[in-house]
Design a protein around this ligand. Structure first.
Ligand code: GTP
Ligand code: MG
Length: 427
């Protein structure tokens, strides 16, 4: 099965917690703090595997999670970093962040590894909170959450030349003749159901990749036939070979065929329609009506395009065409397909994930503090320790929590709840 689009969810690992610990040594009564830091959570990384040709692997497995960092240990031991999760994708995979719609990576050979979700930082152990006045901190910091993201993967094959045209005009026959590709060839419409790639080398050392896609028909933009879906695979090409059956054996007019397909390309995307194009008049071995062919040649000349007459079946004219294509490609730049954004830019654009966020929910005479920030704060507080409690209070004050509570109408003596811990509000 050929799958060229997929949506997946990636979740980077959470950072490990820092821990509270004190040195216990014989003959040393008051060992200092030695709680180690937590390890970083694993990143989720996409990498190109040139052996892959489709996104099929992503059809059933949707969720990908990197390992969490380990908690810190005694004796200032760092927790182990979570292992990165490496996901393989085929060359030509475009990666979009679903929420923002922004393209963050275009994974071709050149740009072959990309972090799509960063692991959370580890929390600091209590030894890091030691100061001259606070010799024995009894609190440590919780690890930070790893980023979670929904990604749209889109495969756009990497080919230099794209074959487009009506069904049954001989696109696959041409590809098979000039490359080692073995596309299915048969005398009916829509033989080709998925794109095929082949490497063409008619001039030594100047090989290029040619893609054959399913045939197009009028109304493809509206979903007729196999539709437009496969055109994305010729979007990266630098040159289009528009193949037309000029034999008239199917009773159609080549000029009309050409115009219909051109119209479909235009509807798909103007950039694609204006790509350098060579018209390939095929099946010249079957020519019935010379006049039809002459009219077609005159028409293409008026369009200002180059035309090659070939027979993909007998090979007549094919070599000249491929030599011409090779020469043209030498002068056609490889344009980047899309404007992409770096992960850093995307992170700036995103509604900032705030690991310190604290929400206040008002209930019946009780105000509840929730959110990732409060969970981390609670982890980082030792409620039996005066010093730690003061730090806790100072933190809430600095974050403007008391002010927010007052704005919400809290009165002296009313209850503030944090998880299963409650205290009375006094200013
Ligand atoms: N006589 C003759 N027959 C040809 C030529 N090129 C292709 N054919 C025949 O035309 C039929 C269609 O060829 P394909 O290569 O499958 O055509 P296609 O354009 O790939 O068709 P779809 O995949 O259906 O879009 C096959 O029977 C081929 O053998 C040619 O130059 N001369
Ligand atoms: Mg075909």
């Amino acid at each position: 099965m050929f799958v060229d689009q997929a949506k997946i969810i990636v979740k980077a690992g959470d950072g490990g917690n820092g821990i509270v610990s004190f040195r216990r040594e014989k003959y040393v009564p008051d060992g200092g703090p030695d709680g180690g830091n937590g390890g970083r959570g694993g990143h989720v990384i996409l990498t190109v595997d040139s052996g892959m040709r489709t996104l099929m692997d992503f059809r059933y497995k949707k969720k990908y999670q990197a390992a969490n960092g380990a908690n810190g240990g005694k004796k200032n031991c760092y927790g182990k970093d979570g292992a990165n999760l490496i996901i393989k994708v085929p060359p030509g995979t475009l990666v979009k962040d679903v929420k923002s719609g922004v393209v963050i990576a275009d994974l071709t050979e050149q740009d072959s590894q990309f972090i799509v979700a960063r692991g959370g930082k580890g929390g600091r152990g209590n030894s890091e909170f030691k100061t001259s006045t606070r010799r024995a901190p009894t609190f440590a910091e919780a690890g930070f959450k790893g980023v979670e993201r929904e990604l749209q993967l889109e495969l756009k094959m990497i080919a230099d030349v794209g074959l487009v045209g009506y069904p049954n005009v001989g696109k696959s026959t041409l590809l098979a003749r000039v490359s080692k590709a073995k596309p299915k060839i048969a005398n009916y419409h829509f033989t080709t159901l998925k794109p095929n790639l082949g490497v063409v080398e008619v001039i030594r050392g100047q090989s290029f990749i040619m893609a054959d896609i399913p045939g197009l028909i009028g109304g493809a933009a509206a979903g007729v036939g196999l539709g437009h879906d496969f055109l994305r695979h010729v979007e990266r090409t630098r040159l289009i070979l528009h193949v037309v059956d000029v034999s008239g054996v199917e009773g159609r007019d080549p000029i009309e065929d050409y115009q219909v397909i051109k119209g479909e390309l235009l509807q798909y995307n103007e950039k694609l329609a204006s790509r350098p194009t060579v018209v390939v008049a095929n099946k010249t071995d079957l020519l019935g009506d010379d006049q039809i062919f002459e009219d077609f040649k005159a028409f293409i000349k008026k369009e200002g395009l180059t035309l090659f007459s070939i027979s993909a079946a007998t090979g007549q004219g094919v070599d000249q065409l491929m030599r011409y294509v090779t020469e043209q490609l030498a002068n056609l730049p490889i344009e980047p397909l899309v404007e992409k954004m770096t992960l850093e830019d995307l992170e700036l654009l995103e509604e900032k994930h705030d690991p310190y966020r604290i929400d206040i929910v008002k209930g019946d005479n009780v105000y509840e503090l929730t959110g990732e920030g409060i969970a981390r704060l609670v982890y980082s507080t030792n409620f039996d320790d005066y010093d730690s409690l003061r730090r806790f209070e100072g933190y809430l004050r600095r974050r403007g929590i008391f002010e927010r509570l007052r704005e919400m109408g809290i009165e002296e003596g009313q209850t503030v709840r944090i998880f299963d811990f409650e205290f009375e509000f006094y200013d």
